[in-house]
Design a protein around this ligand. Structure first.
Ligand code: HEM
Length: 445
């Protein structure tokens, strides 16, 4: 019975196969809770990893820099190396030996690639932005010609600077002077007069303000933007307007140059000058006033260009300013085989306590009375061969001294004082970054 029952039931199974309910992934209702939990887990894991990395970077004092991988910066940390080893590493970046190249076509390429955004933002072609050896050679020749022009009238340049600064002082003596703006206008005016022999009447204040503001904006875009910067039409417009005002300048066909060519020429000068001039003025005259300052600068501007003892003493003002505020805080190079930039930290080389001692952050021109061999090696405001600045031999120091002393004479410490409306984050050091200088004011009375 049982067996017949079983067999009949087996037959029944055989003829009509049972409905097997297998899980069907397409029709299965999604397990939302499970997926949400999984995604949540992945998100938490990701956030934990990021926080962990940040903690490690913070612990090891690694400062992330645009384009340079953190592991490389980690390897380059000065505090973990013998200072000589670190210094040699920095110098090898500056002189390109890190990449094992020395031919101009290679060194220029590594520098031009690192300066690409600056070239795009200003549409400029000069030694610092080109990879072409002939363009580099021609530009360098022109720059050296400007620097070494015989019979430069330093007294006239000094007077142009003092008259510009005097005109900048607000008529209402209760109103403070915007120091960064006044310094920018003065530096640009002096560079234009020196390069192109333009009369100062052809350089209206409004145009100079717009040009200097636009240069600043473009520079910030070039340094911070992830997109490729484009030239500012406002900047080009105002440069062209300047050219139309003075079609007959004496020594240079200023009116025949394209605005971009003017920018190519003045950028390595104006941009290297204004911040160091302003910070050196604040440090020398207000924050670290020394009893020896008046005698150090008493012969300026007459001593400039004389190679005299008086001049050497006066130029120490610029040397110390360029130590604490090198015009190029970092010198960037592209690496030959990959797509990132590598940097030498000139600012740190100039401030490292193992090199400059406990007074490293103080402004003291007399330290240049007697630099130690290590300090001499670490002091590179004009870079190193093969691409050392042509203003290295004295012109750069003279220009800085001329402009700083002009500021000190017009914006006198006895007649007024400076203050910062945007106090810096780092106590004891002037924030020498582009933005950090905007809050400084000079107030008479
Ligand atoms: C305080 C003033 C100046 C400072 C601190 C300064 C600084 C520098 C530095 C650091 C470099 C080298 C960048 C690198 O290694 O990639 C450089 C290169 C250069 N500078 Fe200056 N500069 C100053 C004034 C001037 C002036 C007044 C001119 C032109 C009239 C000028 C024209 C150049 C040129 C053409 C180069 C490229 C040199 C080469 O590639 O061989 N600089 N400058």
């Amino acid at each position: 019975m049982m067996s017949s029952d079983l067999s009949s039931s087996h037959d029944a199974w055989a003829s009509t196969p049972p409905k097997v309910t297998r899980p069907n992934p397409c029709c299965e209702p999604p397990n939302l809770l499970g997926e949400c939990m999984f995604l949540g887990f992945v998100a938490i894991l990701g956030i934990t990893c990021v926080l962990l990395c940040k903690l490690i970077l913070w612990l090891f004092h690694v400062e992330i820099d645009f384009g340079q991988p953190a592991w490389l910066q980690w390897l380059q940390r000065p505090e973990k190396q013998d200072v000589n080893t670190w210094l040699n590493g920095q110098k090898s970046i500056i002189n390109f030996s890190f990449a094992g190249v020395s031919k101009p076509q290679d060194t220029l390429h590594l520098r031009a690639a690192a300066n690409e955004n600056i070239a795009l933002a200003f549409n400029i072609t000069n030694s610092l932005t080109t990879a072409s050896t002939s363009t580099h050679k021609n530009f360098l020749k022109m720059a050296s010609g400007t620097i070494n022009r015989p019979g430069r009238d330093w007294i006239k340049l000094f007077e142009k600077a003092t008259s510009t600064l005097t005109a900048e002082l607000p008529r209402d003596t209760s109103q403070p002077l915007h120091l960064a703006e006044a310094t920018r206008i003065t530096c640009l005016k002096v560079v234009l007069i020196d390069n192109f022999q333009i009369s100062s009447d052809s350089l209206p204040r409004d145009s100079l303000v717009i040009i200097t503001d636009e240069i600043n904006n473009q520079w910030l875009k070039a340094k911070s933007s992830s997109e490729k910067p484009v030239i500012s039409s406002l900047l080009i417009h105002h440069l062209t307007a300047l050219q139309r005002r003075d079609p007959r300048c004496l020594c240079w066909p200023f009116d025949q140059l394209k605005p971009e060519e003017i920018l190519s020429m003045i950028m390595p000068q104006y941009e290297t000058l204004w911040r160091v001039v302003m910070v050196t003025y604040i440090l020398a005259f207000h924050l670290y006033p020394s009893p020896t300052l008046p005698s150090r600068i008493s012969s300026v501007p007459e001593c400039l260009g004389t190679n005299s003892l008086e001049e050497r003493e006066a130029l120490k003002l610029a040397k110390e300013g360029l130590r604490l505020t090198p015009s190029n805080k970092r010198i960037y190079r592209h690496t030959p085989s990959s797509s990132f930039k590598i940097k030498a930290d000139l600012e740190l080389m100039h401030r490292h306590p193992s090199i400059w001692g406990p007074t490293a952050l103080e402004f003291s021109p007399s330290r240049f009375d007697n630099l130690s061999p290590l300090q001499t090696e670490a002091y590179l405001p004009y870079s190193l061969r093969p691409h050392r600045c042509p203003a290295f031999g004295g012109f750069g120091d003279r220009m800085v001294t001329c402009l700083v002393v002009a500021m000190g004479r017009v914006l006198d410490t006895k007649a007024g004082k400076v203050f910062n409306t945007e106090p810096t984050k780092r106590a004891g050091v002037v924030d020498t970054g582009r933005d950090g200088l905007e809050g400084w004011r000079y107030q008479r009375g």
